[in-house]
Structures are given as structure tokens and as C-alpha cells.
Ligand binder design. Structure first.
Ligand code: HEM
Length: 182
């Protein structure tokens, strides 16, 4: 299935990169072109997600699970691919549910931040896929400079996980509170 995975990953990569450009265009412009492009954003993000899920599913069939999960690099590729798909699903959900109000006030900068992080995750996923087939890029050198060696298991301390869980709960409580007060 390796040839199919390599073929299929091009679709979500190209579509999510296009979505990133569309989001940045809308963040920096209220002109008619940016508004027209924004109207295509939900269909574009939906198509990207469908192709992302297909590429992910085919990825699971390339090597046996025992093989891909036996190396830190393989696990990191699967981890980053999962984050990428989940993250872009959240961006789609936010733009779909909040509509054009995401471009008002501070929200447009939140969208810019989400698009930047989403394309960074996508770039790292592709980079790690490249490493799996022996094609190396400077992205992994940059990650090494930032303190993460891609050939070692990505590690988050338990205390950080607990802190993330507590912050997520607090944000949910604040959201429900704010909704009641409105
Ligand atoms: C949206 C999610 C994914 C993206 C964007 C992605 C991207 C990539 C890329 C760019 C390559 C390098 C292809 C090449 O240049 O030849 C690759 C290779 C690979 N990926 Fe993924 N990947 C994703 C999900 C997954 C998942 C979930 C798995 C496994 C559970 C997986 C397993 C592999 C394997 C085994 C290779 C090496 C293929 C070979 O031996 O030719 N990928 N991936």
C-alpha cells in the first residue's frame, strides 16, 4: 500500500496548504477577493478532511502495526498525523459553526494562529514520512534546534498532561458560564 499512501497524501497536503493561504488572505484583507475565497473555505476544509482521513487510513495499511509502532520515528509520524487530522477538523468545525464572525475582532488572529499551527503540524507529519523513506529535510534540523530529536519518542511529562487536562476543563467551565451569562 506504500504507493497508494504516497499518492494519497498529496491531496490533503495540497488542500490544507491552500486552506492556510485562504485563511491568511482573509485575515489580512476584507476585500471582495478575500471574502469570495472565504466562502469556499468550509467546502475546501471538508474536502481536505475527507482526503486526510483516507490518507491516514491507507497509512495504517502500509506497514504492519508491529513494524510502524516499533520505532520512535514511526510512532512520531502516526502521532503527528493524528494531531494534524484532529487539528484541521477543529478548524473546520470552528469556521462552520461560527460562520463569518470568526473574522471579527481578535477572532481573526485566533484563526491565523490555528492555521499557522495546523500547517506546522502538517509540515512535520510530511517531514517524518519523508524520514521513513530516507528523504531528509532541514525541518528535522530545525526541530532538533528547538529541542526535539525526531528519532526519539516524543515525550510529554505526566504533570504537563495533567495541567493540559485541568486547563481544558477550566476553558469548558468558562465557556458554559459565559453562555449562561449571555
Ligand atoms: C494525514 C496523515 C498523513 C500524512 C500527511 C502522511 C504523509 C506522509 C509522507 C509525505 C510520506 C513520505 C512519502 C514519500 O515521500 O515517499 C509518508 C510515508 C509513510 N507514512 Fe504517512 N502520512 C500520514 C499518515 C500516516 C499514518 C496514519 C501512517 C501509519 C499508521 C503512516 C505511515 C507511513 C509509512 C509507513 C510511510 C513510509 C512509506 C514507504 O515505505 O514508502 N502515515 N507519509
Amino acid at each position: 500500500m506504500d504507493a497508494y499512501h504516497v499518492l494519497m497524501v498529496h491531496f490533503p497536503i495540497a488542500l490544507w496548504m491552500t486552506a492556510t493561504l485562504a485563511i491568511f488572505l482573509r485575515v489580512f484583507s476584507d476585500g471582495p477577493l478575500a471574502k469570495s475565497v472565504d466562502h469556499a473555505l468550509v467546502p475546501l476544509l471538508s474536502a481536505s478532511l475527507v482526503f486526510g482521513i483516507i490518507a491516514f487510513a491507507i497509512g495504517l495499511m502500509v506497514w504492519p502495526w508491529e513494524t510502524i509502532s516499533a520505532s520512535a520515528l514511526g510512532r512520531n509520524h502516526v502521532l503527528l498525523a493524528s494531531w494534524t487530522v484532529a487539528f484541521w477538523a477543529v478548524i473546520l468545525f470552528v469556521r462552520w459553526r461560527r460562520g463569518e464572525s470568526v473574522w471579527q475582532g481578535m477572532s481573526r488572529w485566533v484563526m491565523a494562529g490555528l492555521a499557522f499551527l495546523g500547517s506546522a503540524l502538517l509540515g512535520i507529519t510530511g517531514t517524518l514520512g519523508g524520514h521513513l523513506v530516507g528523504i531528509y529535510t532541514e525541518v528535522s534540523d530545525l526541530l532538533r534546534l528547538l529541542g526535539w530529536e525526531v528519532y526519539t519518542t516524543y515525550y510529554v511529562p505526566n504533570t504537563t498532561l495533567i495541567a493540559l487536562g485541568v486547563i481544558s476543563l477550566l476553558l469548558l467551565v468558562m465557556a458554559f458560564w459565559g453562555r449562561k451569562a449571555a
